[in-house]
Ligand binder design. Structure first.
Ligand SMILES: Nc1ncnc2c1ncn2[C@@H]1O[C@H](COP(=O)(O)OP(=O)(O)OP(=O)(O)O)[C@@H](O)[C@H]1O
Length: 279
């Protein structure tokens, strides 16, 4: 690639990162657990086309924010706007139908189902689930099952788990389970995927595969990502912008470099993870 092309590409990325439409807006979220305020007026924006990072010290409220945005926990105050629609406190399956998917810090695979079956469970509005269709339109149900299976196999090939399609999900390694989690989100053609610590417990080889997949899906399929991660090298190389949370609210948003240099960010990490940010 020529220098000019590289520069043009850099310019294009920079422009799209700063000017893409707002896809997710989190405004003033509050969530208490008994006397503990886990989210204390949390704000966050994700622009279309970005891989946005979400960092912060342990207990900052990152996973709680994911849980509230995706309907797994109720917000006590604040709003979640996705694609211009208010989705605050919708149940998880309704959030999912809007095109917003997530993975979990600890993968939630169906252990006693095969890898392929784990994916075939996913698509919303499966014809076979509706009693009317099962009785009166068995052909349509069968066609959809076959289409789901084809799509599942295609997704498994993409994440390079196709050779394990018949394996029980419980037998996968930690890294393979993370890939399966990503694969599950891809069954729905999502607009935004929230990844909760995709790198945790994943060996370097699978980590490269996972980050390559995320970059490809972002660039070629237009999927936007919001990524919680403690591995600062991964965040700094994959994400732009990076949002920093501390004590239940946003501390700052900036480029990886701006975040790395901000003294308030270092201060927030003092007492545990200073080295991780600095390094
Ligand atoms: N279901 C829950 N019940 C009670 N307290 C909770 C619950 N979920 C989270 N918390 C508390 O809320 C605070 C924020 O937790 P959260 O998991 O959102 O932080 P985090 O930034 O994701 O941390 P980490 O990086 O360690 O995963 C913590 O003090 C945590 O103990």
């Amino acid at each position: 690639m020529t220098t000019q092309a590289t520069e043009d590409e850099g310019l294009h990325n920079k422009t799209s990162r700063s000017s893409g439409a707002l896809l997710l807006e989190v405004q003033g979220l509050v969530r208490d657990f008994d006397s503990l305020r886990a989210l204390d007026g949390a704000d966050l924006s994700v622009r279309e086309g970005t891989i946005t990072g979400l960092i912060g010290p342990n207990g900052a409220g990152k996973t709680t924010l994911f849980n509230v945005v995706t309907g797994f926990h109720l917000a006590q105050a604040g709003r979640v706007i996705f694609n211009g629609k208010d989705i605050t406190n919708l149940p998880p399956h309704r959030v999912f139908q809007h095109g917003l998917c997530r993975t979990f810090q600890i993968p939630r695979e169906h252990q006693s189902l095969s890898v392929l079956e784990n994916l075939m469970l996913i698509p919303p509005g499966q014809q076979g689930e509706r009693l009317f269709n099962t009785w009166f339109r068995p052909g349509a149900v069968r066609r959809q099952e076959l289409a789901n299976r084809d799509k599942a196999l295609e997704v498994l090939e993409f994440v390079e788990l196709d050779h394990l399609h018949d394996e029980y999900a419980r037998n996968l390694s930690g890294g393979q389970k993370k890939l399966l989690e990503l694969a599950r989100t891809l069954m729905t053609d999502p607009q935004l995927v929230l990844l909760d610590e995709p790198g945790a417990g994943v060996n370097p080889t699978l980590m490269h595969r996972l980050t390559d997949n995320i970059r490809y899906l972002n660039r070629e399929r237009g999927i936007t990502f919001l990524v919680i991660e403690h591995d600062m090298d991964l965040i700094m190389s994959l994400c732009d912008p990076v949002v920093v949370m501390s004590e239940g609210r946003q501390l700052m948003t900036g480029s990886p470099e701006e975040v790395r240099r901000n003294p308030r960010v270092l201060e927030a990490y003092l007492g545990g993870q200073y080295a991780a940010v600095e390094g």
